[in-house]
Write a protein that binds this ligand. Structure first.
Ligand code: AMP
Length: 149
């Protein structure tokens, strides 16, 4: 099997993101890969019933993009900044944007957490499941250990 050359890490804004990035960095050391991070801002608001409420006003979208950029930059500084080659902050559907960036940047491994905001108590959260279905390359799912469950 060929080595992985470019690993893309799907980063949500939860505290668990560090576990996911750390594992990707371990993999990158083994395969001598480049590592990029991606966070996707979803451009709509969902209520507690998972119903779509509204699209995002422009100023709120800008604020969320800036917050995401700051958080992901801080994470990469705390971990191994020298190994992170690119940070992608995108707007759209999480799965769609991850697949687009994967295809456009010769990514050959996507690393995602098993759970984030959604799906606690299930085997896999909704984003990990969506990525596993239809990814254009291999996918590595990091099991998130929730200490507070
Ligand atoms: P979830 O579907 O919320 O349980 O999230 C599972 C995993 O999907 C997380 O651990 C992240 O690796 C990834 N993920 C969730 N939301 C995003 C997002 N907005 N942008 C990038 N990756 C995400």
């Amino acid at each position: 099997m060929d080595d992985y050359k470019h690993i893309l890490v799907a980063v949500d804004l939860s505290a668990d993101a560090k576990q996911v990035i750390s594992r990707a960095i371990d993999l990158a050391a083994r395969y001598q890969s480049r590592v990029s991070l991606i966070h996707v801002v979803e451009p709509y608001i969902i209520d507690n019933n998972y119903d779509l409420v509204t699209g995002l006003p422009d100023d709120l979208e800008m604020l969320l993009l800036q917050q995401a950029r700051d958080y992901v930059d801080q994470l990469s500084r705390e971990l191994k900044p020298e190994i992170i080659s690119r940070v992608f902050i995108e707007v759209g559907s999480v799965k769609g944007e991850i697949f687009r960036v994967t295809s456009e940047n010769s990514v050959d491994l996507i690393v995602t957490g098993s759970h984030g905001r959604h799906g606690l108590g299930l085997l896999l959260g909704s984003t990990a499941t969506a990525i596993l279905h239809g990814a254009p390359c291999d996918v590595f799912v990091v099991r998130i250990n929730k200490t507070d469950e």
